[in-house]
Structures are given as structure tokens and as C-alpha cells.
Design a protein around this ligand. Structure first.
Ligand code: GDP
Ligand code: MN
Length: 381
């Protein structure tokens, strides 16, 4: 779960990490009042689950309560890169001497955490990593051994001497948030050195592991505050197990295990899945129609892969279900269908007789994956 900045900062404060003083505003009046309470000047920041707000007009430095009200007025109800802005964070203006960067992230490929620090903060870290990788200090942390004193020394060693103690203290507390708070990512960009020598977290990007929410009840309660994805809601209401992913191949399968291996085989074929969707035991026309509707409403989807293994579910019924669904739902992308198991031949015969212009049948999972990957990647298959 990706937290809003103000939620991340609350977690920071609960662990003694210095952050600017501030409060959340849902209206422009609240933003003006908050600014008055801060002495008449403030920073107004949109609260969305994406970054890049500074560049995108989502952060405004304000010199009066009226200016803060106007900024909040402009931001609230607007759309920041597809994310509805329902609240802003109003914070004190701090005299910044220098901007740094630090983050901890779970590196699943090595089973360790990766900690990063650079003295060149406030910039896009991905760009810096490509253009000047030497400017970033990296330390791998074994989850069992934890963050050791020499890790901290190595990391803060890239910062000016006067910032090292404050930054080191913050690193140790961020690590506690990772371990005890089940954060899979904490990123502070910028981490700032103030004119008076204090080191403060000016931004907070925190992701809490969804699988750990049962033991983080206070964080789990925040879930209701995020906008619900309309596609996910529709799927949930229809009793489907749907998870949105990043790729272009829409996936429908029956059984969580089969769907998981379908994602793998699509990846192996060189494409990426746009979703996980398990239709469960039955694959009736109704279920198929809803599944296709859900998947086709995702504009990223270039091709669909329906992968059904008939056990109790009979493939001939599934085939009829798919055809009936296509009477109701207009498909503007190709649909690769692989049927196996009970009555699979009958199912495939039904599909080929129907000769639907969008349906391509495949007899093995690998064939189907290669076909759908080629279609999604825009290669002539
Ligand atoms: P992001 O672009 O979404 O990561 O938003 P940030 O919270 O990192 O803010 C973007 C930039 O706004 C920072 O890098 C700072 O340069 C600037 N900024 C944010 N808060 C303050 C502040 O209190 N004082 C000053 N002078 N600049 C600020
Ligand atoms: Mn930032």
C-alpha cells in the first residue's frame, strides 16, 4: 500500500524522525487557516500516490494565507497525472541549505534490502543512477543481521561532515520503520540540511507490504482514505479475484495456480501481464462476460489470453460462455484461447466453428503465450 506523504510523515514522527510542521487541508479555507497558524507562510503540496509533484505543479511555496488558499483552490478537485486530488498538505517553510536523498527498499531478487544515500538530492534518482552512478552510495542489508554501524558510516560518508550525525540518526530510524513497520520502501527525497544545521525529512514516500497489513492495524485502517480503482471494484463486486498489473496482456484463467503460471509463461514469451484474474471454479457466460468487460476496460490491454483447464468445469461450456460473452461485450483486441482438460476438443471445435474474428485458439499453454505475446507486442503473428 502506497501511503500519502502526510501519512508517511506521521509514521516518521512516531519514530522520532524530524519532519516539517504541518497539517492536512481538504478545503482552501483550511489551507489558509493552517498557513496562518504556521506564521503566514507555507508550502502547499498535493497528496497523491505518485511522485514528481515538484515538477508537475503539485508543490507551491506560498507567502500568505491568501496565497495558500488560492494554491489549494487550484489543486483540490483537480487531477494530478490521473490521480484525483482530494487533500493537500500545508507545511511550514524551512530555510534549506542543501538537499540530499536516502531510501531503503526491499530487493526481492537478492533477498536483501538496498539502502541508498546521495548528496545530490531533490533530483530524479533514476536519472542520477544512470548518468552519475558513482554519486550514489549503496549498501545491501541482510534482513537477519540488520543495519549495522558500519553500514550507516559508509552511507552517510558521502554527505558533508555537518550533516552526518543527523542523517545517520534518521537512517537508523528509517530502518526500524522498514523492519518493525513492514515498509517495503521508504524514500526521503529530499532529505535536507537546514541553515541551523538540523537534518529533516522534507518528503516521505512509504510503501507498506500489503501482506503485512494484518499486523499493522493502524496502517490498515488508512486504506479507506484512498480512491478505489473502478475496475478493481467492479471485479470485486462480481466475485472475481482481480489484481491490476503493469503489462499489456489481459489474463483470464481458472484457479489461482494456473493464473500464476500463466503470468510466468507470458513473461517467458517476452510480454507482461496487464492483470491477474481468476474466475474461480465456474466459467459461465456471465462470469466470462464480466471478466472480459473488466479486462477490456483497461486501456493498456493489447491482447487477451484466456487459459482454462477443464476439471469439473467443462471446456465446451466455457467455449459457449466465451462466445456468449462476446455477443455482449465488444472486443477490439485479439483473444487467444487455450482450453485443456475435460471436453477440450469439443470446446476448441465450438470456437473454430464460430469463427469469431477476434478469437485465436491454441492447443498448448506455451503456444498460446507466444501467440499472445507477439500480438501484444505488435508483431505480426
Ligand atoms: P515530489 O516532487 O513529489 O517528490 O515533492 P517534494 O516533496 O520532494 O517537493 C519538491 C521540491 O519542492 C523539493 O525538492 C524542494 O526543493 C521544494 N520544497 C518542498 N518543501 C519545501 C520547503 O519547505 N521549503 C523550500 N524552500 N522548498 C521546498
Ligand atoms: Mn520528493
Amino acid at each position: 500500500m502506497d501511503l500519502y506523504e502526510h501519512m508517511g510523515k506521521e509514521l516518521f514522527r512516531s519514530r522520532g524522525i524530524p519532519t516539517p510542521e504541518g497539517s492536512v487541508a481538504f478545503t482552501s479555507d483550511e489551507a489558509a487557516i493552517a498557513t496562518r497558524a504556521l506564521g503566514g507562510r507555507s508550502v502547499v503540496k498535493v497528496q497523491v500516490q505518485v511522485g514528481g509533484r515538484g515538477k508537475g505543479g503539485g508543490v507551491e511555496l506560498c507567502d500568505s494565507p491568501e496565497a495558500a488558499g488560492t494554491a489549494a483552490e487550484r489543486m483540490l478537485g483537480s487531477d494530478f497525472e490521473g490521480h484525483a486530488v482530494t487533500r493537500v498538505l500545508v507545511e511550514e517553510r524551512l530555510p534549506i541549505a542543501e538537499e540530499y536523498y536516502t531510501s531503503f527498499l526491499l530487493d526481492r531478487s537478492t533477498g536483501r534490502y538496498l539502502a541508498l544515500v546521495t548528496a545530490e538530492g531533490g533530483v530524479d534518482i533514476e536519472t542520477l543512477a544512470v548518468e552519475r552512478p558513482d554519486a550514489i552510495r549503496r549498501v545491501h542489508i541482510d534482513p537477519v543481521l540488520g543495519l549495522r554501524a558500519w553500514h550507516v558510516r559508509e552511507l552517510v560518508g558521502t554527505l558533508p561532515v555537518e550533516a552526518r550525525e543527523g542523517a545517520g540518526d534518521i537512517l537508523r530510524r528509517l530502518w526500524e520503520l522498514v523492519q518493525e513497520g513492514d515498509a517495503s520502501l521508504v524514500e526521503v527525497n529530499p532529505l535536507v540540511l537546514l541553515d541551523d544545521g538540523r537534518v529533516v525529512a522534507l518528503d516521505a514516500k512509504v510503501t507498506i507490504d500489503d501482506n503485512a497489513l494484518t499486523r499493522q492495524p493502524r496502517v490498515a485502517e488508512l486504506k479507506d482514505q484512498f480512491p478505489i480503482d473502478p475496475v478493481e471494484k467492479r471485479a470485486r463486486d462480481a466475485g472475481l479475484q482481480y489484481v491490476k498489473l503493469e503489462g499489456r496482456v489481459g489474463i483470464i484463467g481458472n484457479g489461482a495456480g494456473l493464473v500464476m503460471s500463466t503470468l510466468d509463461v507470458v513473461a517467458q514469451a517476452g510480454a507482461r501481464a496487464a492483470n491477474f484474474l481468476d474466475v474461480g471454479g465456474g466459467a459461465s457466460a456471465d462470469t466470462m462476460a464480466t471478466s472480459l468487460e473488466v479486462i477490456l476496460s483497461d486501456p493498456a490491454v493489447r491482447a487477451v489470453f484466456i487459459n482454462i483447464f477443464g476439471g469439473i468445469t467443462r471446456c465446451d461450456l466455457v467455449a459457449r460462455g466465451i462466445l456468449e460473452a462476446l455477443d455482449r461485450v465488444e472486443a477490439d483486441v485479439p483473444i487467444v484461447v487455450r482450453l485443456d482438460g475435460t471436453n477440450a476438443e469439443e470446446g476448441r471445435r465450438i470456437l473454430s466453428q464460430a469463427a469469431h474474428p477476434r478469437i485465436v485458439t491454441a492447443s498448448t499453454m506455451l503456444d498460446a503465450a507466444e501467440e499472445v505475446a507477439a500480438l501484444a507486442n505488435g508483431e505480426a503473428a
